[in-house]
Design a protein. Structure first.
Length: 417
């Protein structure tokens, strides 16, 4: 039989049984369409998670907040962290809460209250901060060299104006971004510590300390890092020497524990994401408490677990799974506060799509976040926190919002604990 005869017979059979032919073709089309849709949804979810991960900044940086630890976090302790396998750099983010640094122009008209951090000079580049202009801090820099964030200049305000005395770094109603009052790389500035020593009547009797800082570089704006955008950085040794000079000038003597160095904030840059968990455990083994939401977030082994790390314990609800529901003795799902909603079949067997879990973020973790990070998170989640009066109220508003994440395999099989 010739090929033409075979094709003729096939075509006649298709024409003769039109309904069967149509249903077969329709089934093929629907099957292919479902596969394409399922793959597209999976890719879309993956891209969404990647974008959410990126919004948290560098996932290889661990913030060690040494607020409640019994261990003294001094330079020796930081060096011990630096020596751990998988650590690129460890540096204090030192701030002196007892002194009020101020910066003004030479004529005194423009003034700001800088968020000034003392760091190891080599740390900024290794932490991944990008330069917009100038250079990073170096040990051989001129005295009182500083690197500032791209929008640091907008922190200056006009002391001769009572109203409209600031310039915002955001577009106005016509889409124009106005220049700040100060050209941070060219204008002559004064960094000074006003005297906090007063007499019995509250009048200042101490001596102000003034030095001339050198702005070595400007960091590129980073929406995931408030410090890289708005803060100022100085060699930690110069910053401490400046404080000692101020204390000596005003006859301030420190005694007891006040003389000891104990950093409250240390940043640790890991070589890669895979090193983060091991480095965290090594730091905890030193007796240091890591109170860092991002650390738990980074240490998760998968993208879904990283999202889930921020959920409150027992705050997840399985909102539409496709795994097989199992009997847990109490007739409910092992995920606290939720029930399994099977996709198909009597036993909840479905087509393999991951279940989505709905829940709330952990209030305690949110309260430990920095204000700027909390505000950024609220913006990402679309939560209005403008009415909040303090950090706790902001955290409560965010914790009240529902967040979704895919179930991990155990929960998707009904076996989460």
């Amino acid at each position: 039989m010739r090929i033409s005869d075979i094709l003729t017979i096939c075509f006649r059979n298709l024409i003769r049984r039109k309904l069967r032919t149509f249903l077969t073709a329709l089934g093929v089309v629907i099957g292919v369409a479902l596969i394409i849709v399922a793959v597209s949804i999976g890719i879309g979810l993956s891209v969404t998670y990647d974008e959410q991960m990126a919004s948290w900044g560098d996932l290889t940086v661990i913030n060690v907040y040494n607020w409640n630890s019994q261990v003294t976090m001094d330079d020796a302790a930081v060096a011990q962290i630096q020596a751990l396998d998988g650590v690129d750099i460890a540096t204090p983010f030192y701030q002196n809460w007892e002194l009020s640094f101020q910066m003004k122009t030479k004529n005194g008209r423009y003034l700001c209250f800088p968020q000034l951090y003392g760091v190891y000079p080599e740390a900024l580049e290794k932490l991944g901060y990008q330069l917009k202009e100038g250079k990073y801090l170096e040990e051989r820099d001129k005295e009182y060299s500083m690197v500032v964030g791209e929008q640091f200049a907008y922190r200056f305000y006009d002391t001769k104006k009572k109203r409209n005395n600031r310039v915002d770094p955001y577009p106005d109603q016509y889409g124009r971004i106005h220049d700040p009052y100060v050209d941070i790389m060219k204008d002559k500035l004064i960094l000074y510590l006003p005297s906090q020593k007063t007499d019995a009547n509250g009048n200042p009797i101490g001596k102000d300390l003034e030095v001339k800082p050198v702005i070595a570089g400007v960091l590129l704006k980073d929406d995931t890092s408030w410090e890289a955008t708005n803060a100022a950085f100085m060699d930690i040794n110069e910053m401490r020497a400046l404080e000692q000079k101020y204390n000596k000038q005003n006859g301030i003597k420190k005694t007891g524990d006040s003389k000891k160095i104990n950093y409250e904030d240390v940043r640790v840059k890991c070589a890669d994401v895979d090193s983060v968990s091991a480095v965290q455990e090594a730091i905890r083994a030193m007796g240091v408490t890591i109170e860092d939401t991002a650390g738990e977030f980074v240490g998760a082994s998968s993208m879904e677990e990283q999202i889930r790390a921020l959920f409150a314990p027992g705050g997840l609800q399985n909102g539409g799974g496709t795994g097989e529901e199992q009997d847990h003795g109490d007739g409910g799902n092992a995920v606290q506060g939720g029930q399994n909603a099977p996709g198909e079949g009597e036993n909840g067997q479905g087509g393999g799509t991951s279940a989505m879990l709905t829940g709330h973020l952990d209030l305690a973790k949110l309260e430990r976040m920095k204000k700027e990070d909390l505000l950024d998170l609220a913006a990402k989640l679309g939560v209005d926190v403008s009415a909040a009066k303090n950090q706790r109220e902001r955290a409560q508003l965010i914790a009240a919002a529902e967040v979704q994440a895919t179930a991990n395999p155990q929960e998707n099989d009904g076996g989460a604990q």
